[in-house]
Design a protein around this ligand. Structure first.
Ligand SMILES: Nc1ncnc2c1ncn2[C@@H]1O[C@H](COP(=O)(O)OP(=O)(O)O)[C@@H](O)[C@H]1O
Ligand SMILES: [Mg+2]
Length: 222
């Protein structure tokens, strides 16, 4: 369970302040797939960064499974992010000089798994997102955009996070590939009971998720 209350984030811009997220509140049940829509600059990425504990809120609380993550120390947060949250970005953010399987193995190394176990789990995840064996040992530049995003999803799932945060994960893909990536996320959410919060521009995709949050000028409109 994820519960957000009165969440506000203000950035200082020289003399003035920008309130990117303004008094947002909602709750999400385990395993729900929630999409966030809204115009460019409305505060979607800031909200996701707050949920991912990458940014500290100016005020408000984020309670995940009974724990207020806004009260954790930096050290606790680093552990928490690694263990409990998977991130998927528009630009995939794979490490270019590592192969697909090495990219997926990396978070498992931080989690302290031995090499054999890391390889086994990474391979299983890549199979699950339908990256064929021959492509698992390729570097990202030798994969299509859709394939790179599948690898990024496998990496996000590596440590079995309770929460996946995806910021316009299909923003660089054609609409058909984008739909397939969303279906993939949806199926994973169902089978692993993972909660997913995804920003998207595609209203036909958003319409298929369990809940849609519309953000306007940092505020949530139901
Ligand atoms: N680190 C930052 N410093 C200053 N202003 C920021 C920062 N991040 C975001 N903003 C501002 O906050 C507002 C919301 O940005 P953002 O969350 O990126 O919107 P979206 O993802 O919906 O396009 C924008 O006005 C943006 O310029
Ligand atoms: Mg954004």
């Amino acid at each position: 369970m994820l519960k957000v209350e009165n969440l506000t984030k203000t950035f200082k811009q020289g003399e003035s302040n920008i309130t990117a997220v303004s008094k947002i509140g909602f709750s999400i049940k385990d395993g729900q797939f929630v999409s966030i829509i809204g115009k460019s600059g409305s505060g979607k990425s800031t909200l996701l960064s707050l949920l991912g504990t990458l940014e500290k809120p100016s005020s408000g609380s984020i309670v995940i499974d009974g724990e207020d993550v806004t009260k954790m120390s930096e050290h606790e947060l680093t552990n928490y992010r690694c263990k409990s949250i998977g991130f998927v970005f528009q630009s995939y953010n794979l490490i270019p000089n590592l192969t697909a399987i090495e990219n997926v193995m990396l978070p498992l190394e931080f989690a302290g798994l031995g090499k054999g176990k890391r390889f086994e789990r990474a391979k299983q995840l890549l199979d699950q997102v339908e990256i064929v064996e021959d492509k698992q040992t390729r570097r990202p530049t030798r994969l299509s955009g859709g394939e790179q995003q599948r690898v990024a999803i496998a990496r996000a799932l590596a440590n079995k996070p309770k929460l996946i945060l995806a910021d316009e994960p299909t923003g660089n893909l054609d609409s058909q590939t984008g739909k397939k990536i969303f279906d993939l996320l949806h199926n994973l959410a169902r089978s692993e009971n993972t909660t997913i919060v995804a920003v998207t521009h595609d209203l036909s995709i958003a319409g298929k998720t369990d809940k849609v949050f519309k953000i306007t000028d940092g505020k949530l409109k139901a």
